[in-house]
Design a binder for this molecule. Structure first.
Ligand code: PSU
Ligand code: MN
Length: 292
């Protein structure tokens, strides 16, 4: 079993590789990883990209390691269930929120920026499909800055599950749980905090108090938000097109969304990820240092 390569610590912000490897079109992953890293650095702290290269879990991937993942033919998506076996078998893996949290926590990283969380899919009665991200948030002591959950999923149901799992959900300058491309869903947050220093103080004490995770819900910037009517139209078009495509619907729906929106959903996705990286950098910089 390969052991963790840790090039990070409390002054680093974790970034996940599923977003850069599978979340944007092939060829755009490197630019996104660099842009997110710059957003973190602009706040005076360092980024740490998390992934698995040849079975080796890394917190703080180098440029060649990132290139290896971006150029590989098959990079499996790792969550907490398959992370260990992929490591054991020496494979490459892109880490989702859950696997990134697990590795970040082991590395002593306390803040993590991503785009959207996984969540609860519709159709629970026929086949329950609940992302491992939700249980990971109840388990690993990392604060995750996210723009909520894409409304391909059941956003309000996902919010309910976070509460069932006892995960604190803090709205940064909002009372509403955000829905990724949309600033608001029908669900509320546990508390609204407007001041980064107050937020960082809470994150520091809550991580120490509970040893579990925190959601920091940061809505997409207003200038990048998508009109609800546009979103609903593009989603209907994308779902119709992807349905004909058959299996593995979600990535197909996302690709079709970028197509029908003429790139507007992709641009929005990148804008919100950058905004989350910047906020994570601010929170990390303002975190009280760990007691000795
Ligand atoms: N939501 C997005 N973009 C993403 C993801 C979610 O809008 O790229 C990725 C994240 O890595 C998240 C994962 O942790 O998908 C959830 O996957 P699953 O539903 O298989 O748990
Ligand atoms: Mn799933």
């Amino acid at each position: 079993m390969k052991t963790l390569v840790n090039r990070a610590g409390p002054r680093h912000v974790a970034l996940e590789t599923t977003l850069v490897v599978h979340g944007v079109p092939r060829g755009e992953g490197a630019a996104l990883a660099h842009a997110l890293g710059d957003c973190v650095r602009d706040q005076g702290v360092e980024p740490a990209l998390v992934g698995v290269v040849g079975g080796r879990p890394i917190v703080g991937m180098s440029e060649p390691e990132l290139r290896t993942l971006l150029e590989a033919d098959a990079v499996v998506k790792a969550n907490t269930s398959n992370l260990g076996v992929l490591m054991h078998l020496g494979q490459h893996a892109a880490t989702t929120v859950s696997a990134t949290m697990e590795l970040a926590a082991a590395a002593g990283v306390r803040v993590f920026a991503t785009g959207g969380l996984g969540g609860l899919h519709f159709g629970l009665a026929e086949r329950p499909d609940v992302s491992a991200d939700l249980a990971a948030l109840a388990r690993f002591p990392v604060a995750v800055v996210t723009s909520g959950v894409k409304s391909l999923l059941d956003v309000e149901g996902t919010r309910e599950l976070l509460e069932s799992l006892g995960v604190p959900v803090i709205g940064f300058r909002t009372e509403r749980f955000p829905a990724f491309y949309l600033r608001e869903s029908g669900a509320r947050v546990d508390a609204r905090i407007d001041d980064v220093n107050v937020l960082a103080g809470f994150v520091g004490s809550e991580l120490r108090r509970t040893g579990r995770g925190i959601v920091i819900a940061n809505p997409i910037p207003e200038t990048d938000e998508i009109e609800r009517s546009d979103w609903e139209r593009w989603l209907a078009q994308a779902q119709a097109a992807a349905h004909e495509g058959g299996r593995d619907v979600t990535p197909k729906v996302l690709a079709a969304l970028h197509h029908f929106s003429h790139g507007r959903t992709l641009a929005a996705n990148i804008a919100l990820a950058r905004s989350n990286a910047a906020l994570a950098g601010q929170v990390c910089r303002a975190l009280p240092s760990e007691p000795a």
